[in-house]
Each structure stands twice: as structure tokens, then as C-alpha cells.
Ligand binder design. Structure first.
Ligand code: MRU
Length: 347
């Protein structure tokens, strides 16, 4: 996507250096962060400098390729095994991470060049599948529609275009008039900070809404369609996505509003039969207790926004059962979530 007239991907690798949009600075500042080794790239994934299922996957693939480059002299199998474990430990829920690490690790067993080519290929595939998701998903959007989305499944969450936002971008390119309700997405505010920034960057009309406003707007008939992303999809069609998605799906179901998930096939986990087997990442409780923003001089500060002595819980994802999902928009078309044969559907 273009930022200030220049085309960017969210994450990319040149030589053995990984570059990424520094997402913790958005929407206040647009900066590129660089990592020279796999350890740095791991830390960037952990601290959410790069985040979102597809972008995490691409970054993890690049990190694995960096590890092969770092190991060129020593040729230590132990170093590579440790690097793989380190990368896989960064964020447990995103399926794309494991998918990418496995592919690059296996390619790297042939040669370092193969590892690099495979990592680049994964990033290219991610961008391409996001584009296709936009084509298929845009068919669901009619002019005059108001669409609600949760978290950020835009281009920042993938290598380019995004998933939940890609149909919105395509519909806008097609000249359809649309409006987007952006769930703020506590605790880290990916909606308020990232999705809103992306939509503003593309001149798409939108409003940030509090996380607890969705059902109200649906009850008033103001939402025509909801589209969210996914971090892992089980073979029975259950979907893990950012915490709060489940509540939206329940509300949408109650009010008869179509609820779609947009995700590439790399997010489907053939080894996961049902959503209750998905490991849900628990993040630092300070993400709940504190908020970060800028003052009038543009300096970033974190402040406590709750009773300081109270405990906090911070599950980062929830699982929406397939029965609440109208369909899943993939790069090969839209499928019904409760088609148990999802894995076999695509061969
Ligand atoms: O914790 P994050 O910001 O990495 O969350 C992942 C996500 O981006 C969302 O759950 C998103 O809706 C899924 S699509 C990438």
C-alpha cells in the first residue's frame, strides 16, 4: 500500500536484513524498523513492532532465513533447532507463524539460498492471497453498506492489502460508497490506532467505536455486514481471532447480520480439529492496566487507566464457533464455516 506516495509492504527482507513498519509508533509516527539477525526479529514479533497473523508469519519466515544465514560458518544443527524454537515461542496463536517457520526450515536444509527464496515466496504469497481475498470479499459489499470490523486485519497485519480490510479496499476501488465502523479493540487498540490509520490513509469514511458499542449499532440496523480476520482456523471451522470477536459474532447472529471471516489458507490448521484445542496467548497484564499515547508535543507516554491495586487478565484471542460464522473468505473463494471438510475442500 502507499504511504505518502511510496509503496510499502508491512515487512520485507533485503539481503539478510528484515525491515518492518514500526507498528507501535502508529498512528503517531510512520517509521521503519530493521533487524540484522533472527534474535532481533523474534523480539520485534514479541513486542508487536510487527503483528497480525500474516505479517507475523512472513516475519517468522524471514527470521528463520536469517538464522540460516547466521549459521553459514558454524553449520550447527543445534543453533538452527534453537532458532526455530525461539521463533515459534514468540507468539503462540498465529498459525501463519508455524506454517512459515516449517516451510523455511525445510527449505534451508537444502541450502541457505533455498531458505531465503522460500521466505520471500511466503511473503509474496501472503500479499497475493490478500489481494484475491479482496476480489472475492468485495462481492459481498454493496454501495451504501456500513461494515463493522474488529482489531486490525488490514495491510499492516499482512504483507500487503490485508484480509478483512482487503474487500473494503477493493469495494472502494470499484467506486462503491461504504462506511466502516472500527472497533477500538482494547487493550492494545489495534482498531483505534491501526485500522483507523489505514482507512484514513485510503480516504475511506469510518468512525472508531468503543468495543462495547457494536451490539447497540446492530440493534439500530446500522451495520449491514461484519468482516473480521483470523489468527488460526480449526478444521471444524472454529476461528481464533482477537479478543472480543466472539461477542461481536454473537451479537451479529442475534440481529441476523452476516458475519464473515477473511483469511488465507495459511491460517487454516490441518492439525487442529476444533477451536477448543487452540492455544490462546495470554499477554502482559499491563496492556490492560495502561494506555500509551502522545502529548501535545508528540512525546509518547504510558499512563495507568484503572485501579492500580486490582488484578487484570489479558487473554489476547477468543474462539468463535463455526455456527456463528456466515462464511470464510479465502484466496480461492468463499466457503461455509461449518463445512467440516474445510481441509479437504482445498485439497
Ligand atoms: O495481537 P495481534 O495484533 O497480532 O492480533 C492479531 C490480529 O491482527 C487480529 O486478531 C486480526 O484480527 C487477525 S488477522 C491478522
Amino acid at each position: 500500500m502507499k504511504v505518502n506516495g511510496t509503496d510499502y509492504r508491512t515487512v520485507w527482507m533485503e539481503g539478510s536484513t528484515v525491515f518492518m513498519v514500526e507498528q507501535n509508533l502508529l498512528p503517531f509516527d510512520f517509521a521503519i524498523y530493521r533487524c540484522m539477525d533472527y534474535e532481533c526479529t523474534c523480539e520485534a514479533i514479541k513486542t508487536m513492532i510487527v503483528r497480525g497473523a500474516g505479517a507475523i508469519g512472513a516475519a517468522a519466515g524471514f527470521a528463520m532465513a536469517q538464522a540460516f544465514v547466521q549459521n553459514m560458518k558454524e553449520k550447527s544443527a543445534d543453533f538452527l533447532a534453537k532458532a526455530k524454537t525461539d521463533i515459534e515461542a514468540t507468539r503462540p496463536t498465529a498459525r501463519n507463524l508455524f506454517y512459515a517457520v516449517d516451510r523455511v526450515f525445510n527449505a534451508g536444509l537444502q541450502s541457505v539460498e533455498h531458505a531465503i527464496i522460500e521466505a520471500q515466496q511466503i511473503a509474496d504469497e501472503d500479499a497475493q492471497s490478500s489481494r484475491m481475498i479482496g476480489q472475492y470479499g468485495s462481492e459481498l459489499i454493496h454501495s451504501g453498506f456500513a461494515i463493522e470490523t474488529h482489531c486490525n486485519a488490514g495491510w499492516l497485519a499482512f504483507v500487503d492489502y490485508g484480509t478483512a480490510l482487503s474487500p473494503i479496499y477493493t469495494a472502494s476501488e470499484q467506486g462503491k460508497e461504504i462506511f466502516v465502523y472500527v472497533d477500538e479493540t482494547r487493550p492494545r487498540g489495534q482498531g483505534a490506532r491501526l485500522t483507523a490509520w489505514e482507512l484514513a490513509n485510503e480516504n475511506i469514511p469510518h468512525a472508531i467505536i468503543p468495543d462495547n458499542a457494536g451490539a447497540h449499532l446492530m440493534s439500530l440496523g446500522k451495520v449491514d455486514l461484519m468482516i473480521v480476520g483470523a489468527d488460526r482456523i480449526a478444521m471444524n471451522g472454529d476461528v481464533a481471532n482477537k479478543i472480543g470477536t466472539l461477542e461481536k459474532a454473537i451479537a451479529a447472529h442475534y440481529y441476523g447480520i452476516p458475519f464473515y471471516v477473511a483469511a488465507p489458507l495459511s491460517t487454516f490448521d490441518p492439525d487442529c480439529p476444533a477451536g477448543n484445542e487452540i492455544i490462546i496467548e495470554e499477554r502482559n497484564k499491563d496492556e490492560v492496566r495502561m494506555q500509551t499515547g502522545t502529548d501535545e508535543k508528540g512525546n509518547m507516554h504510558s499512563v495507568t487507566v484503572c485501579h492500580p491495586g486490582s488484578k487484570a487478565l489479558n487473554p489476547a484471542f477468543d474462539v468463535t464457533p463455526a455456527s456463528l460464522i456466515t462464511g470464510i473468505i479465502t484466496e480461492r473463494g468463499i466457503i461455509k464455516a461449518d463445512e467440516v471438510e474445510i481441509g479437504r475442500f482445498f485439497g
